[in-house]
Design a binder for this molecule. Structure first.
Ligand SMILES: C[S@@+](CC[C@H](N)C(=O)[O-])C[C@H]1O[C@@H](n2cnc3c(N)ncnc32)[C@H](O)[C@@H]1O
Length: 291
């Protein structure tokens, strides 16, 4: 994953000047760090609590977090299983796992097992886990059915799967606005990442997929929560940096980039107050039983 990040940012600058200095871009490869700073703090940390509640995680349970990213689920849920329980996390991206290990250490969370593997080929025996969690992972797996079948395999019979996938783009204004602006600047292909992120927003699609994989008692709740970031000017370049379109943004002239930024800022104005972002985002929280 490559990323772009602002070259300069000065806390003392405000308004247009701050925005324009924030938008001096350079390429870098710190995607997982940026993901942790921007996406986890704005969305994943808060939504992790919903998934923990949905999964009914408690003492002595054996929990697996699939597509763990930088490990927010482990940091929030591992303590709940207690000394007799087990908490394992897997991800395909080694960089994500490195940041996950470091963040767990820094926050005093111990005893997590970390595995670098593809969700369709996990190094576990049949029925090793009571609960599988997957926050915002399923929509990114190329083989969704294969992933769900492998999750089912490692779950104990009647074990619980609790997963989340983003809801309808029209109920998440930043998705709509950024897709419109990307399309204007780079053409329709540039919105592919958002299309993937929101590709499982339909309950019917989710239901069919889960049923085909052999799950039962499927329940889907759609919720909207307001995500917060203290500085829109800091948020936007960090957010863009994890999208494939980042390299195209870095090739724009300063003037074009600033025009793009101001265009997005104008359209998101109803959700920006005193420089801080507060944006509603729709999420589907799904639970299902193995068997
Ligand atoms: C949007 S992130 C979600 C991360 C984490 N669950 C969270 O709540 O922050 C999606 C994650 O899926 C992982 N991923 C994508 N394809 C995968 C696969 N085939 N097997 C395992 N992990 C995968 C990515 O590396 C990334 O960390």
């Amino acid at each position: 994953m490559s990323s772009v990040r602002p070259e300069t940012f000065s806390e003392s600058k405000t308004g247009k000047e701050e925005i324009e200095s924030t938008f001096k871009w350079q390429m870098s490869t710190d995607g997982p760090e940026t993901y942790e700073e921007c996406i986890v703090s704005t969305w994943m940390d808060d939504w992790a609590l919903n998934l923990i509640e949905a999964g009914h995680i408690g003492p002595n349970q054996r929990v697996l977090d699939v597509a763990c990213g930088t490990g927010i689920m482990a940091r929030r849920a591992a303590a709940l299983v207690g000394p007799e329980g087990r908490f394992a996390s897997v991800d395909l991206n080694e960089g994500m796992l490195r940041v996950a290990c470091r963040c767990a250490e820094q926050t005093g969370v111990t005893g997590i097992e970390w595995y670098h593997c593809d969700v369709t080929q996990m190094p576990f025996s049949n029925g090793e886990f009571d609960i599988v969690l997957c926050q915002q992972g399923l929509q990114f797996f190329p083989d969704k059915l294969g992933a769900l079948q492998e999750i089912k395999r490692v779950l104990v019979p009647h074990g619980t799967l609790a997963l989340s996938v983003w809801g309808r783009p029209e109920n998440s204004p930043h998705v709509m606005v950024i897709c419109d602006v990307f399309t204007e600047f780079f053409g329709p292909d540039s919105t592919q990442m958002f299309q993937v992120a929101c590709c499982l927003s339909s309950h019917d699609l989710l239901n069919d997929l889960l049923r085909e994989a052999g799950f039962s008692n499927i329940s889907i709740k759609t919720e909207v929560k307001v995500a917060h970031h203290p500085s829109f000017a800091r948020f936007l370049p960090a957010y863009f940096s994890i999208f494939p379109v980042a390299s195209l943004i870095s090739e724009l002239t300063d003037e074009e980039r600033n025009r793009m930024f101001h265009c997005i800022e104008r359209r998101l104005a109803p959700w920006i107050e005193k420089g801080a972002l507060a944006i509603p985002t729709e999420n589907n929280i799904l639970t299902a039983e193995n068997g």
